[in-house]
Design a protein around this ligand. Structure first.
Ligand SMILES: Nc1ncnc2c1ncn2[C@@H]1O[C@H](COP(=O)(O)OP(=O)(O)O)[C@@H](O)[C@H]1O
Ligand SMILES: [Mg+2]
Length: 362
């Protein structure tokens, strides 16, 4: 097992002005499952390839298990990598595909067989060991790619969007299996994805990346509930967090959040000056929809009502601003009709209107 330490790593590809990875520092604990999450092009693969030794940083250091591996080739890093495209050999059987790395290491035959069989069992591939990749489904091929990585008993497992080529149902099932598998293995894992649901589901922690930088690194529910920036709140969660302009007012020692002619009394006070405009972050499920005027509820107008099976998703307008609310399926909402919105005031988050960062409430 191994801790991974990435220290101030920067990489700019030749011909590019913007660094693909820009001064990234990250410590991944021994046995931790760390997810790198971010939109396409934000530098996830580049960072992972530098961890694997397939690319090298312009500056900064990578330390794995206490050894500085920054300049070491892949085979000296005790890592295994699973790519997005399964990259398995078409001319080898499943058994030989899984055994490939062990053979390269010149492990004796009688050691290879039980190891391959154990890895195959962990991925439900026992019945397919004699088949060729062309005789497998996409999901089975991706299992072979994962089996081939774990059979090496790596200290560090790196995975780059391993589920993205699978259809939705397979992805859902394989995600849960992968989580169980990695828990059993105990290897330090870094998992790259642009899928926020995957990130929430799998990670012990999530490092959210944007344009080559890590914006926030925290436990899944922490990034969900307390996004550090508007970008994180919008990227994580479906629907994205609502962001509304409002004004904070002090009234006789208490604070009030005001939207136009209406306002909410706040339970606490925040180190924010009187009459300051803020960007208020609030999740759709933290706003209660009401059919009648109620204290601490803001009048709004339902615009779109979407039944989504387990709940209703209502898009409403509050003044000129659009806001999404999750309601029970039997809530009577109709387009162009008034509704009242009661946010859970202790779930409101404050963001600076310029920097779009959370205003840290002491
Ligand atoms: N080999 C390369 N040469 C030049 N630019 C590259 C190369 N690989 C990636 N890039 C650029 O670096 C940035 C980050 O890419 P990448 O790490 O693949 O992002 P992600 O995996 O998050 O989608 C992108 O702007 C991409 O175009
Ligand atoms: Mg990528």
């Amino acid at each position: 097992m191994a801790e991974i330490e990435i220290q101030n790593v920067t990489k700019t590809f030749s011909g590019s002005k913007q660094p693909a990875v820009n001064d990234v520092s990250l410590r991944v604990r021994d046995g931790e499952f760390m997810v790198l999450l971010g939109p396409s092009g934000c530098g996830k693969t580049t960072l992972l390839r530098m961890l694997a030794g397939l690319d090298f940083p312009d500056s900064g250091q990578i330390v794995i298990g206490g050894n500085d591996v920054t300049a070491l080739p892949p085979r000296q890093r005790q890592i295994a990598m699973v790519f997005q495209s399964y990259a398995i050999f078409p001319h080898l059987t499943v058994f030989e595909n899984i055994a490939f790395g062990l053979r390269m290491r010149r492990e004796p035959n009688d050691a290879v067989k039980p190891k391959v069989e154990r890895a195959a069992a962990m991925l439900n591939l026992e019945a397919f060991l004699g088949r060729y990749p062309a005789q497998l489904s996409g999901g089975q091929r991706q299992r072979v790619a994962v089996a081939r990585a774990i059979v090496m008993e790596p200290k560090v497992l790196l995975m780059d969007e391993p589920l993205s080529n699978l259809d939705a149902l397979l992805r859902l099932n394989f995600r849960a299996e992968l989580k169980k598998l990695v828990q059993e293995l105990g290897a330090t894992t870094i998992y790259v994805t642009h899928d926020q649901v995957e990130a929430l589901s799998l990670g012990n922690r999530i490092a959210v990346m944007r344009t080559g930088e890590i914006v926030q690194c925290a436990a899944p529910m922490q990034v969900y509930d307390r996004p550090a920036t508007e970008f994180v709140g919008s990227f994580i969660g479906n629907p994205p967090m609502n962001f509304l302009y409002g004004q904070l007012e002090w009234r006789g020692g208490a604070m009030r959040l005001v939207f136009g002619d209406h306002g909410l009394n706040l339970p606490g006070t925040y180190p924010i000056p009187d009459r300051r405009m803020v960007l208020v972050g609030v999740r759709a499920e933290n706003i209660e929809a009401l059919a009648e005027p109620t204290p601490q509820a803001l009048p709004a107008r339902a615009e779109v009502v979407e039944p989504l099976g387990s709940h209703l998703l209502i898009t409403a307008t509050l003044g000129q601003q659009s806001v999404k609310i999750v309601a029970k399926t039997d809530f009577p909402a109709f387009p162009a009709q008034p509704i009242w919105l009661r946010p859970e005031v202790d779930k409101l988050r404050w963001f600076d209107t310029e920097t779009r960062r959370e205003i840290s409430s002491v």
